[in-house]
Design a binder for this molecule. Sequence first.
Ligand code: HEC
Length: 469
Amino acid sequence: MFLGRKTSRIDARGPAPHSLLGAREVLFAVLLAIAAALCNAASPPRQSAPATAPTFYKNVLPILQQHCQSCHRAGEIAPMPLVTYAQTRRFAVQIKHNVTERVMPPWFADPCCGHFSNDPSLTAQEISTLAAWVDAGAPAGNPRDAPPPRHWATGWLIPKPDDIITMPAPVSLPATGDVEYTYEIVPTHFTKDKWVQLSEIRPSSRANVHHAVVYVRPPNSKWLAHAPIGVPFTASTLTDPQDQRDAKWTDADILLVYAPGSSPDNWPAGMAKFIPAGSDLVFQMHYITKRRAATDQASIGLVFAKQPPVQRVLTLQLTNDWFVIPPNDPDYRAEVHGTIPNDCLLLSFFPHMHLRGKQFEYNIIHPSGTPSGTMHDTVETLLRVHYNFYWQLSYRLAQPLFLKAGTELQAVGWFDNSKNNPHNPDSTVAVRWGDQTYDEMLVGFFDVAVPANIDKQHFFIRPSRVHGR
Ligand code: HEC
């Protein structure tokens, strides 16, 4: 959509021929004035623009660089770049609408609960700057006021990776129909243990990827023991029954989860994810078809920690796979809870549901009879997300939260299986857990930091005094 409204406004501050200018300068100035008038013909109406109206170069561009260009630049997920004046000006009206409605930048945490370090939301001041710029006719201002352009490593949101591991064989995707979860096992050939500070998954055909999980398979692991290496496979192409079960469920360590709009991992200093020497990475890809045959060959970029960290990051999950959502239920609630087996530091959340997902919460349940003296369990909400299937984000706590062994953590999901849910593929059926998006899921991934020498198996060895529920 273009700025389409006509206006008779003439920019009083536009260039005017001056008697001291030579003929060429006059011609140039006239051309500029004509160009300015043509531009203004496409401007929104400008009523009493204040003398100090914000300009693109001085006031708008810094906001775009900081809050928008990670997605709104060439090759990224947003439909148009917001880098140059011309690119941005065309979308001025939509920009004002989307930022005042808080549709952009995308963020779904309810302000009720928690503070998150990756919250990209604009401040009220930034929103009013953008709105005032649009109301003033989206003036360019002086290019010399512009901040230096922001540099992005090409192709990656993370700084230049130390290593890029790509699925050796591309996966062919049909034009229509469901695609079974597709796996590819890729040897790292790491001869030393590696600590990963930042990581990012890049599908080659982003539109076809619903989500991806990259697991770490250490050298002694029996997971998918007979599955082929370096070629795509699915549970039903495997012949060994244990392998088939392994393709449905694993407790292998997760390196990174990707979904559209999700951001790369970037662990705080002193914390990192661990890949033992000789490990394989296992890509689990959930592909969707897009009415055209396609191929995908995903990569993961890794930036290693400069020195060995003090703490290891583990990705854990709270999963409920036993719920049944009745047909036409607009507000079905399902939950799952578990006790934290050992002390840890809670870092971040990644809620996952499918098309009927509506709201998701992570809570701590404080039991009655605790020092707070209350008679009933009390619920402390750490994160409440107004769930949007097309935007699966991670939410990183601004202040990591210490969880004592025995803390009860709960994940709650609400589903809308009514026909009022515009994403609902079928409101007339009961819905259960399943891989495909017309099935449902309730998975609350969360990341914790533990001492660097503790792995997932050890973390789940509960001290005998702690009574797990
Ligand atoms: C995380 C990635 C991301 C960030 C950050 C982001 N956008 Fe977007 N934006 C998108 C995507 C993707 C779309 C396409 C529509 C959709 O999927 O919601 C979009 C759509 C838009 C549209 C609508 C375009 C149209 O055709 O009407 C506008 C305007 C917009 N964004 C402005 C902004 C502004 C301004 C910022 C920063 C303040 C911003 N966006 C930050 C990803 C992003």
